[in-house]
Design a protein around this ligand. Sequence first.
Ligand SMILES: NC(=O)N[C@H]1NC(=O)NC1=O
Length: 168
Amino acid sequence: MDIEKVNSMDLGEFVDVFGNVTERCPLIAAAVWSQRPLSDLEDLEKHFFAFIDALPQSGQEGILRCHPYLAGSELQRGTLTAESQREQSGAGLWSLGADERLRLAELNAQYRARFGFPFVLAARFSNRTAARRLLCPSAQELRTALGEVKKIGSLRLADLLRADPAKL
Ligand SMILES: NC(=O)N[C@H]1NC(=O)NC1=O
């Protein structure tokens, strides 16, 4: 997909295509649409991130709260968004053993209790040092978690832009 195609989309089409670049936050895509014409694909990503950065803390925490738990019940039930399902399954979270699933559920619960939003990690870049984030000061952790939201968004945008426009 090229930038001319992106700039030619009406609001409905744009939100259909880009509405889940930030998980369950189509409002961000709607806001980016009103910034057209976009100069290039980098500009598109920049507007998503600028919107997130400009939100008050309550809005930034709201974005994090729209994310599903990693390896949570939604993954088991198959009720995640298509993107999350792909990312979490691809990172092996679907096939965790019972012990690992329990350990992750405990970490998710501890993290949620400490920070007030779910633990967010770009699962496709996952590594096992992530549990250390539980020990971070809250302001630092909010920045880290939003950085993960942006990594997830970049990967989702890259997938969409690689996609054949004829299939969109
Ligand atoms: N909680 C959380 O990090 N969720 C996610 N991360 C990711 O890469 N896909 C998700 O659904």
